[in-house]
Design a protein. Structure first.
Length: 212
């Protein structure tokens, strides 16, 4: 019976270490639904303009889904262009925790043979523009994907992410793929786990002395 508390402390410490390891290896949870736009069965080599898209609100000019047209997707088969017949937008609202920091990540490519002044895509959080992706596709072949990301702190229980085409509204614009939003939560350092284990072991030893 004297060693029971020590065993419990050791088991608890090991359990916490395993939980931390599993959490780190699992990676962050993506809060965005249909972030790679794969809900649409778009035939290879074709494109179409849709007035609705799973998980997203869609602007009045629709959203253009492309499958291997003027470039290939980064993730899966589909990617999005937001300058359809004119500049358009998509938006998604997701649950957040007040005061929690979140990271927004997405991949952007300028459209090949289109100048930078027609390729802008701006990301908004709750109506505030936080980042504009832009670039020239003149001389490019297909999509040249680049990752963009930024952090924001939630001001309520829900947040809304918007992507909007900018620049010249002429049906030729930049491409978007692989959108994700995840909570920013630092993984405990190995030293922190060691401190926790030492503390739990210490509690076990104190209990043992009291029982002895």
């Amino acid at each position: 019976m004297k060693t029971t508390s020590l065993r419990v402390a050791l088991a608890a410490a090991a359990g916490f270490a395993l939980i931390g390891s599993a959490t780190a290896s699992a990676g962050p949870i993506n809060l965005i639904e249909n972030g790679s736009f794969e809900s649409v069965s778009q035939k290879a080599g074709t494109w179409n303009i849709y007035s609705s898209l799973k998980g997203w609100q869609v602007g009045g000019k629709g959203v253009e889904i492309r499958n291997n047209v003027s470039g290939s997707a980064l993730d899966g088969k589909n990617f999005v262009e937001l300058d359809t017949t004119a500049n358009s937008w998509i938006a998604q609202t997701f649950e957040t925790t007040l005061g929690q920091a979140y990271n927004v990540s997405f991949f952007y490519s300028p459209r090949m043979n289109v100048a930078a002044n027609s390729n802008d895509i701006t990301a908004f959080i709750n109506g505030t523009a936080l980042l504009t992706a832009s670039g020239s596709g003149v001389g490019a072949s297909g999509n040249v994907w680049q990752e963009y990301d930024f952090n924001f702190v939630a001001t309520g229980g829900f947040s809304t992410l918007v992507f909007a085409a900018g620049g010249i509204s002429n049906s030729y614009g930049g491409s978007l793929d692989n959108v994700s939003v995840s909570a920013v939560s630092p993984v405990p350092e190995p030293a922190s786990w060691a401190t926790l284990m030492a503390g739990l072991i210490g509690l076990g030893l104190i209990s043992r002395r009291r029982m002895g």
